[in-house]
Design a protein around this ligand. Structure first.
Ligand SMILES: Cc1ncc(COP(=O)(O)O)c(C=O)c1O
Length: 427
């Protein structure tokens, strides 16, 4: 035996394995650093939004000019729950804007939403005393790839197939997934469910669950005495990259995750969880064990915008128009190239976030293989297979979809779509 071939624990093997999210982040990181000619339609990087970048640079200048604040920010650990001034300002903003009955004790900062989900899922689901196993119910597949491998051990998810219909009518190319509530209720009856979780807007599809769907999920969770986790990475109240009229939802049993990443600050790794006090305190305790404290730079950058309330305007004023236009342009190019290539295609309704979800019906190769062919032609996408974890049965549809990030410069997205259409026609 190789003396350095040290065995890993079960949890170690799970976390150190070749997960989809590792592959995705590796490809993304490499493409952004050492392969500048790669057309980046993969990954979840926000766009370089000029107006937002200007605001962030201005904030950095202000921070560096104020040496006392700068020294405090760089030279101190915050409490594990987060910076007290930031927590108080955000709780007050959410309470006065939306009427939510919360205070700072209901908030916890984490190192990005990704860590928040690792903590939340392993806190609420998994193995319990007496051999009991509880799971996270995802009411609608496909769902965010980043959740898939977060369980410390065993299968953590049970996922429901949605209702889905091929677009009807002349030239109809837009479809939408909707929740199959009979399937959700069946899963709640059949399994020991610890919580319901959903991203809104959904990564990968850009679906925004309707207010009615959210209200029904919330009522079901309340009825079963479990939390409903709403992942607002792209959603409301910020960054609010939502193109429909969806309203934010809160109730005492609801856990909301918010993040500064898609506002333009993924590098600061800052997320906020709004939760019942017991859960917010538990997250702070977990932060202390795993990392002592969170990074405090993101909170300091955003603090004045939270105190003034401006953070709620950045989405509607800057981000939503920017991404909506990107989505519109990418849809038009998709129609142009895929109609010309004579492939059977449809796009999910683009209701928010930065992604188009392309359904290539009848594709003869798995999208993982298409992904490899595209990578060889310098186009990076994310194969759809990764987003269908937790299903009870195989679903051929899961091998017919691609997630495409439309936030990169126009020439990159247009060329990428043209090459994808050519390769799809060949497959
Ligand atoms: C749906 C969803 N949730 C959570 C995250 C995690 O983001 P972060 O850790 O940067 O807050 C992402 C990132 O892309 C996402 O798409």
């Amino acid at each position: 035996m190789n003396p350095h071939d040290f065995p890993f624990s079960l949890a170690g093997q799970k976390l150190a394995g070749r997960s989809g999210i590792l592959e995705l982040m590796d490809d993304l990181g490499r493409a952004m650093t050492v392969e500048p000619d790669m057309r980046m339609l993969g990954g979840g990087n926000p766009a370089a939004v000029p107006e937002m970048q200007a605001l962030l640079r201005k904030r950095m200048h202000e921070l560096t000019a104020d040496t006392a604040s700068l020294d405090r920010m760089l030279g101190n650990y915050d409490p594990p729950q987060g910076n007290p001034r930031f927590l108080a300002a955000l709780a007050s903003l959410l309470k006065r804007t939306f009427g939510w009955d919360i205070g700072p004790q209901n908030l916890a900062i984490t190192t990005g939403g990704q860590s928040a989900f690792f903590y939340l899922f392993n806190l609420l689901a998994g193995r319990f005393e007496g051999g009991r196993r509880r799971k996270v119910l995802l009411p609608l597949a496909p769902e965010y790839i980043g959740y898939a491998d977060q369980g410390l051990e065993g299968e953590l998810f049970t996922t429901c197939r949605p209702h889905i219909t091929w677009p009807q009518g002349e030239g109809g190319r837009i479809f939408k997934y909707t929740i199959d509530f009979a399937a959700v209720e069946d899963a709640l009856r059949r399994e020991d469910i610890a919580c319901i979780a959903v991203s809104r807007p959904t990564n990968p599809t850009g679906n925004v669950l309707t207010d009615d769907e959210v209200a029904r999920l919330s009522a079901l969770a309340a009825q079963h005495g479990i939390p409903l986790i709403l992942d607002n990475a792209y959603g409301s109240p910020f960054p609010n990259v939502i193109f429909t009229d969806a309203q934010p939802h809160w109730a005492p049993h609801v856990i909301l995750t918010l993040s500064l990443s898609k506002l333009g600050l993924p590098g600061t790794r800052t997320a906020i969880v709004v939760a019942p006090e017991k859960i917010a305190s538990a997250l702070a305790a977990m932060t202390a064990i795993v990392g002592l404290a969170n990074g405090n730079i993101g909170q300091q950058i955003a603090l004045p915008w939270v105190e003034s309330g401006e953070i709620l305007e950045l989405g509607p004023r800057i981000l939503r128009p920017f991404y909506e236009e990107k989505s519109r342009a990418a849809s038009a190019w998709t129609r142009e190239f895929f109609d010309a290539a004579r492939v059977d295609w449809a796009l999910h309704a683009s209701e928010g976030a930065f992604f188009h979800w392309l359904w290539l019906r009848g594709l003869r190769i798995p999208t993982r293989e298409l992904y490899e062919r595209l990578k060889a032609r310098k186009v990076l996408v994310v194969p759809g297979e990764y987003f269908f974890f937790g299903l009870r049965e195989d679903w051929p549809h899961s091998r017919e979809c691609l997630r495409l990030n439309f936030s990169q410069p126009a020439n990159v997205v247009r060329e990428g779509l043209q090459i994808i259409a050519e390769e799809a026609a060949r497959s």
